[in-house]
Each structure stands twice: as C-alpha cells, then as structure tokens.
Write a protein that binds this ligand. Sequence first.
Ligand SMILES: O=C(O)CCC(=O)C(=O)O
Length: 211
Amino acid sequence: MQQSSLFPPAEQGEIITLHDADLHYFPNFYSAVEADYLFELLRVETPWRQDSIRIAGVQRLQPRLSAWYGDTDAEYTYSGLHLVPLTWSFPLIDIKAKLEDSCATQFNSVLLNYYRDQQDSMGWHSDDEVELGPAPIIASLTLGASREFAFKHKTRKELRYKIKLGHGSLLVMQGNTQKYWLHAIAKEKEPVGARINLTFRRIFKERSDAK
Ligand SMILES: O=C(O)CCC(=O)C(=O)O
C-alpha cells in the first residue's frame, strides 16, 4: 500500500524545487501565538528521554531528547532502537487532525525531538525504514528556535540544500524524498534557544502492506 497525499492546490504551501524530492513548506502553519502555546505545553508535559543508539557499531547517547507517540501497534525501530508508542495526548491529537486535514493523508505516529540548545543535533539519515513504506509522507512541525535543516543527495554529491525551519512552520517531505536524500540538523556555533520538532508518520503494521 502506498501513502497518497493530494494537497488541494490552494494548500500546497511553498513548493521547494529539488531534484528527486517532493517538498512543501508552510512557514506559518501555526501563528506565533499558537506555536508559543504548543511549544511550552509540549516542553513541560512530554516525558522526554535520552535514548542511546548504535552508530557504526558503537552505542551512543542521542544528542537530544525524544519521545515516540502513536496508535498502540505503531512500533518503530531505527539504529537499533525499538520504540513502543506512548498513548496520544490531547495536544498531539489536535495537531495530528490539523495536519491530516492539510496534507489529505493519515498519520498513526509521531516522533518528538527536543533540541535543548545549539549543542543538540540530528545526524545524517533518511526516514526510509521498511515499515514507513516506499514513499513515506513525513510532516515535520517546528516549534521554538529556528534551526537549519540540511539535505544532501545520496548519490549526487553536488546536490545539497538548506532551509531554516521557523517557529510554527511545517515541512512536508513526500514521494521519493527519503529514497534519494539524507537530512540532518547540525550543531551550531552560536547560542540557539530550545526547539521542538514533531515528525508525523504512518507506520504500516504488516511489512507486506508497505510494499
Ligand atoms: O528536527 C528536525 O527537524 C529533524 C527531525 C528528523 O530528521 C527526524 O525526526 O527524522
């Protein structure tokens, strides 16, 4: 089963033109006031944890805090870390409904990442685990400080792109984006405030459904 997104034309946001990718950016998905409220609510109420993952055979603490929510069977494994979902909270149910309306698709899970300051980061990766299906739709909501989100093509080394994701913004990555591109949030040299990012996803329960 393929996840299909059919943005209504008036709602496709700013289209980011990038070879082998399908990206839509909505700078003001939430107003500043709404985004302030959601940031503080999620910062205080989320049971943040610092998990360790395996990178090149070495077990390391992730340089950020995170939490995984979803439907009961939306389990997810990446870099040797197996995530069992927490039960949806009310703010997350509300955000999910707004996103599903805009993206014309359905999500059953969300990964929250909390970057406490400029030292927190996310290494190069793509969201291409088999349980996400061949063409995942990843809806990525940013609350708090702006951080640079970098892309690099998996095979064409000259293809790179960066976008500063602002407070209340939504970036939707779909189609072949995960197949051909890696993404990352690098550490920054200058002081940066806290940022929460939410990536809504659909986990296919039967791996065969995802083909
Ligand atoms: O914080 C971000 O914008 C990136 C999050 C991300 O790459 C992920 O959850 O896979």
